[in-house]
Design a binder for this molecule. Sequence first.
Ligand code: FO1
Ligand code: 5AD
Ligand code: MET
Ligand code: SF4
Length: 343
Amino acid sequence: MARAVVSYSVAHTVVPTYFCFNRCTYCTFRQDGALALIGADAVAAELRAARAQDVCEILVLSGEVHPRSAQRESWFKTVLNVCDQALKHGMLPHTNVGPLSWAEMDQLAHVNASMGLMLESTSPALQLKGGPHFRAPSKDVALRKQQLEQAGKLRVPFTTGLLLNIGEHRERDTRDSLQYIAQVHREYSHIQEIILQPFQPGQSSRAETSSADQRSPMTPRMSEIDAEYLFETVRLARALLPESVAIQVPANLMDLGQIVQCVELGASDLGGLGIVRDEVNPLYAFPSMSSLSNALAVRGFQLGMRLPVHKSFYSWCRSARVSELVREWHERIQQSATLLHVP
Ligand SMILES: O=c1nc2n(C[C@H](O)[C@H](O)[C@H](O)CO)c3cc(O)ccc3cc-2c(=O)[nH]1
Ligand SMILES: C[C@H]1O[C@@H](n2cnc3c(N)ncnc32)[C@H](O)[C@@H]1O
Ligand code: MET
Ligand code: SF4
């Protein structure tokens, strides 16, 4: 019998800006100061390098500009241009840049294979004084929910998920968040994947890390309590969501044994792997493909490369440019056993 496949994406992250008008207390990505947008030359250089390394997915991850700011338009144009250039370089964008207006999301849908926005958590307490989202208007629960609905109405293949360990009630809030995702998916059938992302406390901020970036990345470690909570959440997500919705867990935040355990409980995706630098958690090292592959094989699983859009959503592509590239990449990974199943 064929072994069950655990998928991963060969991704490179492009960051339009580290500026952000929100101040999520857990964020090590945002930088203080004025809005600084990535330049066209830097975008081209990054994309060329990524394509040369056989990267398929361009993850567009950005800090945010207030929707009513005079700078919103130039920020949005930059995001749109990164996607457009990624397609021109032969790669498929997946954009996660915070809440978008209907018109913005609609425009981006034409130049993306899929899009994403983490629900984070439906817990209202996180927005109160002292909570991690108190100074993050974009993390308003009603707004996040509206965004998931908007993506459904626009028929955008969508990735969402939960950020765990940020002060949510581990039983009540987590169940409520997963139930909400299940409900919005029942209505629009557009959720292709959910990410269960455990927040690892004790990380330094980007300002501190940028000078120390050369430091060798840390070995992933998760306390037993946190690992138990993640396992429990994977189990609950698998029970509440239909089998067609993939569950992604990050491969750089836990050890191989914990990854395998998540997979046995129902996780089926490891997100970006291979040559990836995790822009959000840059301090944590990824396991090598061979060690991952070996650990999974012992339990009867094999790695398989996927596109940023999952197979059942290929027909949702909004433009001929995106569909053609999806077809090309699909054929490429089907033909290439080395890319599809790492030995
Ligand atoms: O496919 C996605 N992957 C997301 N990923 C995972 C990504 O695909 C990679 O697995 C990691 O960034 C490692 O390269 C995130 C990882 C984080 O640490 C924080 C946020 C995200 C957000 C997304 C996302 O919106 N879509
Ligand atoms: C893009 C996504 O990154 C996540 N995010 C932001 N900061 C961190 C962090 N320190 N650790 C893990 N995830 C984080 C949020 O869930 C956001 O939605
Ligand atoms: C590092 S977060 C990047 C995406 C966006 N700012 C969000 O929080 O949803
Ligand atoms: S909205 Fe995203 S980029 Fe901005 S502070 Fe929050 S997590 Fe960081």
